[in-house]
Design a protein around this ligand. Sequence first.
Ligand code: DAH
Length: 343
Amino acid sequence: MDLESVKKKRESALAELAAADNAAAIEAVRVRYLGRNGLIPALMKNLKNVAVAERPAVGREINAFKKTLSTHLRERQAAQTATRPPATASAESMFDSSLPGAWRQPGSRHPVNRVIEDVVDIFATLGFTVADGPDIETEHHNFDALNTPADHPSRDIQDTFWLDDRYLLRTQTSPVQIRVMERQKPPVRIIAPGRCYRRDATDATHSANFHQVEGLYVDQRVSLADLKGDIAYFARRLMGPDVKVRFRPHFFPFTEPSVEYDFSCHRCKGQGCRLCKNSGWIEISGAGMVHPQVFRAVGYDPECVCGYAFGMGIERIAMIKYGIEDIRLLYENDVRWLEQLIG
Ligand code: DAH
């Protein structure tokens, strides 16, 4: 072995590497030259047989050979990994059952949705089906057909979000009554949950965007007694068997007679507390017997049909049921608060 022969071996090694066109061929070059039984370790071992005078130069040449080849190998291997096609291993061989699972925070229903579901479920047991209407309504559906006088204050720009002189954001779910009766013949028994909008300044009990559920039952013989019985049944299913219901005379343009109804305060059991402002009662919503003018507006004959209607505020019920004192908490959607509330 002399300097020249080592130099030649280096050149042929580099040529072999340049010719290697896949990962296996590159690896074969590595093993042939740098492996434990490869050429370079053999040259090292042979060094002791080289004449003493030449040994340092031959030794340096072998080291240079090793270094150059290693560097070129590393570059080729890196280039090879970068261009390698995506792994084709099967999903099963990639699955590692010892890895910790991905933790997903469990979610829960929002109190507003919970109440909507509860109300819908309870009225479904009385034969009511869910109806729907648009958030953007016509003045006709939201006011005129509901027998609301042209000069009624609720139409005022201060109370209603008008989009132009005909369209508005519905201020109540009552227009769904009109839409259903326009397209369906009696009997009608619907429940209609949805968003409503009013130009209310936001405070602890008001929000410009809130939810109502509307109910409508029209048939040949529907009376105020049906309304009272169904609302009392609803109250017991929603709040528990001890709740009492109270009806008070009221006025709505679309019902005659009209009532407002209250539930006995479930927190103090009617004794008086902060939630019920010491009255023992909590106002829930309005209801009444459908006004003949409303029937006429949808083409029903008020001599042949009668019905009751009611509308209730969902947030109000959620606040009472879950003891929430500020409506704004329902819209902040702070997950920590929601978790604590519903669990
Ligand atoms: N729409 C009424 C409101 O927003 C609530 C209401 C009262 C609905 C009486 C009705 C009803 O259907 O009969 O205050």
